[in-house]
Write a protein that binds this ligand. Structure first.
Ligand code: ARG
Length: 585
């Protein structure tokens, strides 16, 4: 609901009370957007729902509400239509005043949250020595956008990278490291052990084929847990190597994150089990310590346990998440914790959330949200793979997008006979390539799987990053062409709305606050994408129908202002998706 809707709602409630008495103070006026612009902008449907209670015809009720309704500063005189709808049409002068006001505001009139909170977004979270795959890419892109939006709303956001940097696989990796790079265990300097994924594969191979290697690996896990110096050294080395590889991706995507990996919570794990024991929830099942879950059963229909300590005394992914949860609530003082992972982990989150709730660890004012997302598919509709069937390296994927964007810009320049510098072309290619990948992901409802297609995401047509960027560039082009300084359009500048296309665009520009509020709540960035796509679309229609530089004053300045406000809206909106703009492309 935007500020205008809120005002209208308030005035409608006042009218209800004035017409029917104090009992109606909390009656919802049922204010919705008009189904058809012909009927105005909004309609209130409350008269229909009160008919029975008041024993009157809805049209009569509507008339009584309207005669008590004063919206003269916002709307044209309300009209009653059909069986008893109250139609409201915003006054042009009201819209103009709103636009003129937000035009000069850096935040485009969007207020910050009335209750700013400490919120945590747990996202990206790849695993050490393993491939950072497309699932992590989605988490990174979606999580970053959510964090940006929450930050813009004024929340104090902690962006946490819950890196998988602990677990029994390190026994195997360190054992292999000792075999092939013995010097790595003693030298102080970091060592480049090359492609970690390959390293992991080879270590796994050794592990699978050799029982002695397996036993050594097991001992290595024990040494790691006990904090043996050389083992820790090797562990740190592996983490550092992975970290450097992840950082390349984060730099390319312009992502800021605080690393707080699983290992951070190690000292807290025994406490998790102890605490659960005191609640009486903890049970033993075949030597493992666990909590039985409501609503989760195994194939035989028996209740499913969440294991928090294995038979061998070790802890697992869920124990770590429980420890992290406690820490985030108590130490970080988080009021909302958002986890961004693929939907394959939905049960994991539902399960440890349930255990934490049962144990009374979650205060009433703390909200836990799992933000799940679907798969990335290849154009054949199957799991996204390289042509040879391997998993796609994120580096290669992003480079490919940039290279294709580069080829696009070069061919467009050639067609237009334009000459640009190398620096210019490379910058456009990087911005467009990365934006295209991010936007293709964000513009989908995250819960559905999407097909990864370079051709589609880089197209200048359709709901794509290049289409939005192009609308922005077009506006900058107008300013260059007319030698216009948007920041200095004169003191008498006023937005005046005459043409339908102007009104349509203007009304849409005024809806950004509502969209942002929605995303803050529902954590669905695709809503913001849809909104920005509409902005570009409505701008293009306006630009086709209303000459800007060639029109007479005062329309000329007004239209320039509308162009500028469109550009500002696109730039702000895209920045919340983690997407940069270019001035020319
Ligand atoms: N490292 C995990 C994975 O790659 C994701 C971690 C998500 N965050 C969490 N708190 N469990 O699947």
């Amino acid at each position: 609901m935007n500020a205008t809707q809120e005002q209208l709602k308030l005035k409608l409630t006042q009218a209800l009370v004035a017409a029917f008495g104090e009992d109606y103070t909390s009656t919802d006026p049922i204010l919705v957007s008009a189904s058809n612009p012909k009927f105005g902008d909004y309609q209130a449907n409350v008269a229909l729902s009160l008919s029975k209670k008041l024993g009157k015809q809805p049209r009569i009720i509507a008339a009584e509400i309207v005669s008590n309704l004063d919206v003269s500063d916002i709307c044209e005189p309300p009209e009653i239509a059909g069986p008893g709808f109250i139609n409201l049409k915003l006054q042009t002068s009201y819209l103009e005043a709103q636009l003129n006001a937000i035009q000069v505001d850096d935040r485009l009139g969007i207020p910050t949250a009335t209750n700013p909170q400490r919120q945590i977004v747990d996202f990206s979270s790849p695993n050490i020595a393993k491939e950072m795959h497309v699932g992590h890419l989605r988490s990174t892109i979606i999580g970053d956008s959510i964090a940006r939006i929450l930050e813009f709303c004024g929340h104090d956001v902690l962006r946490l990278n819950h890196v998988g940097d602990w677990g029994t696989q390190f026994g195997m990796l360190i054992t292999y490291l000792r075999e092939v790079y013995p010097e790595a265990l003693t030298t102080a300097n970091a060592l480049d052990i090359g492609d970690l994924v390959n390293f992991y594969r080879k270590a796994k191979q050794r592990f699978d084929e050799d029982p002695v290697f397996q036993e050594t690996s097991r001992q290595e896990v024990v040494r790691l847990q006990a904090g043996a110096e050389d083992t820790l050294h090797a562990w740190k080395l592996l983490c550092e190597q992975s970290r450097q590889e992840f950082q390349i991706i984060y730099d390319l995507l312009n992502i800021k994150l605080i690393e707080r990996g699983e290992s951070f919570y190690n000292p807290l794990l025994p406490k998790v089990v102890e605490n659960l024991a005191t609640t009486g929830l903890l049970e033993s099942s075949q030597g493992a310590k666990c909590v039985f879950l409501d609503g989760f059963t195994n194939r035989e229909g028996n209740p499913l346990p969440l294991i928090v300590q294995k038979t061998d005394g070790g802890y697992n992914y869920a124990t770590t998440d429980l420890a992290a949860l406690g820490y985030r609530i108590q130490e970080d003082q988080a009021k909302r914790i958002v986890y961004v992972t693929d939907e394959g982990q939905s049960n994991h989150f539902a399960q440890f959330f349930q255990v934490a709730r049962k144990a009374n660890w979650i205060p009433e004012d703390v909200e836990l949200v799992h933000v799940p997302f679907g798969l990335v598919l290849g154009e054949d509709g199957k799991k996204f793979k390289t042509r040879s069937g391997d998993t796609v390296r994120l580096r290669d994927l992003l480079d490919e997008a940039i290279n294709r964007a580069r080829a696009d810009i070069e061919s467009r320049l050639q067609e237009d006979g334009r000459v640009e510098t190398e620096e210019f072309m490379q910058n456009v290619a990087e911005v467009v390539g990365i934006s295209a990948v991010k936007y293709a992901d964000l513009s989908q409802n995250r819960t559905s799987s999407y097909v990864f297609s370079y051709d589609k995401m880089l197209s200048l047509k359709g709901n794509t990053a290049p289409y939005l960027l192009y609308a922005y560039v077009r506006i900058q082009g107008i300013s260059r062409q007319g030698n216009i300084d948007f920041t200095n359009l004169g003191i008498n500048r006023q937005i005046l709305l005459k043409e339908d296309a102007e009104l349509t665009l203007a009304k849409h520009l005024l809806q950004l606050d509502e969209v942002i509020k929605e995303v803050e709540q529902d954590l669905l960035p695709n809503r913001l994408c849809d909104y920005l796509y509409q902005v570009s679309d409505k701008f293009n229609k306006f630009y086709e129908n209303c000459p800007v530089l060639k029109s007479e004053e005062p329309a000329r300045t007004s239209r320039l202002m509308l162009c500028d406000l469109t550009a500002k809206t696109l730039k702000l909106g895209l920045s919340l998706l983690g997407i940069k703009v270019v001035e020319r492309m």
